[in-house]
Design a protein around this ligand. Structure first.
Ligand code: RET
Length: 250
């Protein structure tokens, strides 16, 4: 019934669920405490981890996966729930980053729309690659990677230059966040290639472990980094814009 999911794999899936629930609770708590006018960042981060937690519960309890027939009667596990997770969480992560760069998504709707569409196509083609048991899956993989490159281009060209204009104070924190996101995201296709879907050496249990590590860093870790960046802005709101020189502590 569990179609090959080991006890250790279930443990990692439960561990990831716990990490996502923890992130959700802390993000909401921090939002209530110092969200201010940037409350939407806290809510978005919490929605990301909550949606991931739901998908992880499904996988930990033995759902969200199927067997894909490979060459010569071979079979491999395929967790389609991951793609259900990513289809919602990756656009939201990009929107969070775009908010940091732009302040308002309406400032550059073409770039924001382009990011979301390219990202969804990346996930869609990745899903088709995962569903395919034959060699044709590498064609879907390449197509997905092309859209991933579009996502990276939009982050490092138009978004970065918008952030450099410095229209909103938090845009100064754009670079480290964009770097963290890019480095973590590049590891996903590599893990895919090394794991069961790419026909690599990793067992589905080790794959579950590494996806847990990446997902916790890319959602909870990135969420903390992003909220740390915007926190200074929302916390400063109650204070006078320009303190008198005599009251300034230097
Ligand atoms: C796949 C395989 C096909 C090629 C590419 C991929 C990229 C996936 C990425 C996923 C990011 C997920 C995140 C999840 C939540 O935190 C689909 C693995 C390019 C970049 C950040």
């Amino acid at each position: 019934m569990d179609a090959g999911q080991t006890g250790l794999a279930s443990f990692w899936l439960w561990f990831a669920t716990g990490g996502m629930v923890f992130g959700t609770v802390v993000f909401l708590y921090l939002g209530a405490r110092d969200g201010g006018s940037r409350w939407y960042h806290y809510v978005t981060s919490a929605v990301i981890t909550l949606w991931a937690a739901l998908n992880y519960v499904v996988m930990a309890t033995g759902g969200g996966k199927g067997l894909i027939a490979g060459p010569a009667d071979s079979e491999r596990l395929f967790y389609y729930a991951r793609y259900l997770d990513w289809a919602v969480t990756t656009p939201l992560l990009l929107i969070g980053l775009a908010w940091v760069a732009l302040g308002s998504l309406r400032r550059n709707p073409v770039v924001v729309g382009g990011l979301v569409v390219a990202d969804l196509l990346m996930i869609l083609f990745g899903w088709l690659a995962g569903l395919n048991g034959g060699g044709g899956r590498y064609a879907w993989f390449v197509l997905s990677t092309l859209f991933f490159l579009v996502v990276l281009y939009l982050i490092w060209e138009p978004l970065r230059s918008a952030a450099q204009e410095g229209t909103v104070p938090e845009s100064h924190g754009f670079r480290p966040l964009a770097l963290m996101l890019s480095v973590l995201w590049i590891l996903y296709p590599l893990l895919w290639l090394f794991g069961t879907e790419g026909g690599g050496p990793l067992s589905s249990t080790s794959e579950a472990f590494w996806f847990m590590v990446l997902d916790l860093l890319a959602k909870v870790g990135f969420g903390f980094a992003l909220l740390w960046t915007v926190r200074s802005v929302s916390q400063g709101e109650g204070e006078p814009a320009a303190p008198e020189p005599s009251t300034r502590v230097s």
